[in-house]
Design a protein around this ligand. Structure first.
Ligand code: PMT
Length: 481
């Protein structure tokens, strides 16, 4: 398929790696496309979809970008009443990237008001931010001039969205604990607008239990996180903690700003999440490493769009998102019973890692502890658990849209296609158990997937689990539109 300019499309997608991931091809294939200035026919669907997700209008016949699809692009300068982002710049080495975020938001005709913490001013100057936004950059809670011009409450309230770039461990900790000791933290406590944070810090700081607890608290309170990404850090270390690329931050912000709140109002969504655990005796059990991060993010994304969400989850550390009905279960049979009791539903998303087997009755000892006996090892016999996804797909009260997940260790596409047919669901989101770098998708903060709908499929590149949840919610929304 000929198209206007493969390089333009690659740039709009976020780079060569993004196209590679989207099409599941290597670097040499992309070099060929560039040399021929041509993409294969099979690329049209996924590329158009990805470009639209990044806010572009696309002519699929010519695979040509024809403009921006976000409504603000047309409205802001002309009417002056479009969207406004309050950009809080935290004090980290990545602070300079906030300038690019500000510039790119303005390219989308989004008004930007800048606020900087005291330590952010050690990395970039308020003057640079002011020059880019065309407005004063606010820094001081106690500046009478600022208060006279625009009090902090008004600053907090006038924004359509508050964005923190970079969100440092310190700023996240203060906000999670309700500390309001400077302009940035006071705004974050006083705002009623949606808050998005793009964390960036040293990988060890990111992994510290204190940061992870604060992160979970903020998510539970409705803060949407963008990243952080994996990679080499400015400090020379490698791991999770890198600021998400400015263009991806802007895409996430645009999607949030123009998300149709309430698009799924009146719909009931049933979501399963986490593992099931199958007792061997009253203290031992069979389980798996599912953390509930993916399923809980999907529940949050659907609830944010107005759906009434019932989240049935096995034992996880994740807090259930606000505004969902949470039913905690342990075994596969409990999960099935809870799901059936929650019907009717319009949508079912089965993201739980349900144990395929449980210990055969009579072989387990539910009310006690199997006694260790010298020289005798218990021989556990297993029996098959009910299949919740297949049961819901063939139920007399079948939800109109049934979505399964598949965790595959090999032959992702072939196994996922077979699973889609076998289970009878409408869509299947297949993720590889082990990623290219050897890490597991279980308990990870990010995910990539092969999305199957009927006989069509798309590659969804590596992204935070919350972003994958939003992408799935976009599909659900479109399905019911
Ligand atoms: O929880 P996280 O740490 O965030 O990890 C997310 C995840 C990897 C668990 C998630 O993205 C995922 O892949 N969930 C499905 C895992 C799984 O059990 O895959 P499966 O291929 O074994 O099962 C396929 C589908 O059948 C799933 O929708 C599963 O919920 C469902 N199933 C499986 C067995 C069973 N007895 N009943 C079911 O309903």
């Amino acid at each position: 398929m000929k198209n206007h300019d493969v390089q333009t499309i690659i740039t709009a997608l976020g780079g060569r790696a993004a196209l590679q991931a989207l099409l599941g091809v290597g670097a040499s294939a992309v070099s060929n496309y560039l040399a021929r200035n041509e993409l294969p026919q099979r690329a049209v669907g996924p590329v158009c979809e990805a470009l639209r997700a990044r806010g572009y209008r696309v002519d699929p016949a010519r695979l040509e970008i024809t403009g921006q699809q976000f409504p603000a692009a047309e409205g802001y300068h002309a009417s002056g009443d479009s969207k406004r982002v309050l950009l809080i710049v935290g004090g980290g080495i990545a602070a300079y990237k906030a300038l690019e975020v500000a510039r790119r938001l303005q390219d989308q005709n989004i008004g930007v008001t800048g606020v900087m913490t005291r330590s952010a001013c050690e990395f970039i100057t308020p003057l640079s931010l002011a020059a880019l936004t065309g407005e004063k950059a606010y820094t001081d809670l106690f500046s009478l001039t600022d208060e006279a011009e625009m009090g902090h409450i008004r600053l907090a309230r006038e924004a359509d969205l508050v964005l923190v770039v970079p969100a440092t461990a310190n700023l996240m900790a203060r906000v999670a604990n309700g500390i309001a000791d400077d302009l940035a933290s006071t705004i974050l406590l006083a705002t009623t607008a949606p808050v998005m944070m793009a964390p960036a810090m040293n990988p060890v700081m990111w992994g510290h239990v204190a940061t992870q607890t604060n992160h979970a608290t903020l998510i539970r309170r409705g803060v949407e996180m963008i990243g952080p990404d994996d990679g080499n850090m400015a400090c020379g270390e490698e791991g999770t903690g890198r600021l998400t690329q400015p263009e991806d931050i802007v895409t996430a912000v645009m999607a949030r700003l123009f998300r149709q709140e309430g698009a799924l109002a009146g719909r009931h969504a049933l979501v399963t999440s986490g593992p099931t655990i199958e007792p061997i005796d009253s203290v031992r059990y069979i389980a798996n490493r599912s953390s509930g991060k993916q399923g809980h993010a999907i529940a949050a994304a659907l609830a944010a769009r107005g759906a009434k969400v019932t989240l049935v989850s096995g034992p996880v550390d994740q807090q259930p998102p606000a505004d969902v009905t949470h039913i905690a279960v342990e075994t596969a049979r409990d999960m099935l019973a809870a799901c059936e009791a929650a019907l009717p539903a319009d949508i079912a998303v089965c993201a739980a890692a349900v144990a395929d087997w449980r210990v055969k009755p009579g072989n387990s000892q539910p009310a006690g502890k199997l006694k260790k006996q010298e020289g005798a090892v218990p021989q556990l016999q297993l029996v098959e658990n009910p299949d919740i996804l297949a049961t819901l797909s063939r139920h007399s009260h079948r939800p109109r849209l049934v979505v399964g997940f598949a965790a595959e260790a090999e032959n992702l596409q072939a196994n996922a296609a077979a699973k889609l047919a076998r289970k009878g669901c409408d869509w299947l989101v297949a993720n590889a158990v082990t990623r290219a770098d050897g890490s597991s998708v279980f308990n990870s903060d990010s995910n990539s997937a092969l999305f199957l709908a009927g006989n069509k499929h798309e590659h969804w590149p590596e992204m935070p689990k919350s972003a994958l949840a939003e992408r799935l919610a976009d599909r659900v929304e479109a399905h019911f539109a």
